[in-house]
Write a protein that binds this ligand. Structure first.
Ligand SMILES: [Zn+2]
Length: 280
């Protein structure tokens, strides 16, 4: 059974609990190469990875690691990471832990004259916010990989100036350039809610990269909780407020499992889908 965390009722900790339970479990299942690349994400990730070893050796608990991480982040920015009965912004927490990797993104291009902007318009990174482009995304239940494609490749509301001077109104569209795929990605689902997938394939100029779902973070009623997806297909629920230091076994999944059942957790919706690179 994966180790869990106990919610801190004096210093609300559910944002930390929801993220750390997933990071600890992927850390436990990963090889040295993966750990070495991922621990460079930020000083906080480095700290977590060092201390996860101690948790594994039962020298300390995950709760202690969480509390120390909170102290570090509070010293960095006490407005974003307060103590007491305040809620931590999970998007800030994810950004601080995951850092920025300059992985690439999408540029605006005119399909007629080929004019291309030099600045990235939509970022693809360790934390990638998925976007709702039209009402279509909302009504038709799309999978995560479809939503990622739409986020990175769509027509934008901008007319090409050189073409319009020549009398043609052309809308620009996005062209994606992914430099590299990070070992761990958190897809942020604030405005669009795609169905998670057990595995996804991301295309780059140098080939495809396979990634596996390792966690889902849910939000609703001012609280966060998680599901952990292990390499062997086991799915565990974790809510530090209810389970107090444990995870609850739910079921076993494979590549054919209908993943729609994981879109919600009670009345909570997914805010993050976390995927880990499959190294072969
Ligand atoms: Zn043009």
């Amino acid at each position: 059974m994966p180790t869990g965390l106990t919610w801190d009722s004096r210093n609300y900790s559910c944002a930390f609990d929801a993220v750390l339970i997933i990071l600890y479990n992927v850390w436990k299942e990963s090889d040295a190469v993966w750990r070495n690349t991922t621990c460079t994400y930020s000083e906080y990730m480095q700290y977590l990875f060092n201390r996860f070893e101690d948790v594994n050796l039962e020298k300390c608990s995950l709760d202690q690691v969480r509390n120390n991480l909170r102290i570090m982040l509070n010293r960095t920015n006490s407005n974003i990471f307060p103590f007491g009965h305040h809620f931590t912004d999970i998007t800030e927490l994810s950004a601080y832990i995951m850092g920025y990797g300059n992985c690439g993104g999408s540029y605006k291009l005119c399909p007629v004259c080929g004019n291309e902007d030099s600045d990235i318009n939509v970022y693809f990174d360790r934390v990638t916010p998925l976007m709702r482009i039209s009402s279509h995304d909302q009504h038709h239940n799309t999978k995560l990989s479809d939503t990622l494609k739409i986020t990175l490749n769509h027509v934008v509301r901008e007319i090409c100036v050189p073409c319009s001077l020549n009398g043609t109104r052309v809308k620009k569209r996005l062209v994606v350039r992914i430099d590299h795929i990070p070992s761990l990605i958190m897809f942020e689902c604030c405005t669009v809610h795609p169905t998670p997938e057990a595995e996804i394939l991301i295309s780059t100029d140098s080939g495809h990269v396979r990634m596996r779902l390792c966690g889902l973070i849910y939000t609703g009623d001012s609280h966060f909780n998680s599901r952990v997806f292990e390499q062997n297909g086991s799915v565990w629920k974790h809510d530090g407020m209810i389970d107090r230091g444990e995870c609850q076994y739910e079921k076993l999944i494979d590549l054919l499992t209908d993943m729609k059942q994981f879109e919600k957790n009670g009345n909570k919706r997914i805010i993050y889908q976390v995927y880990i690179k499959i190294t072969t």
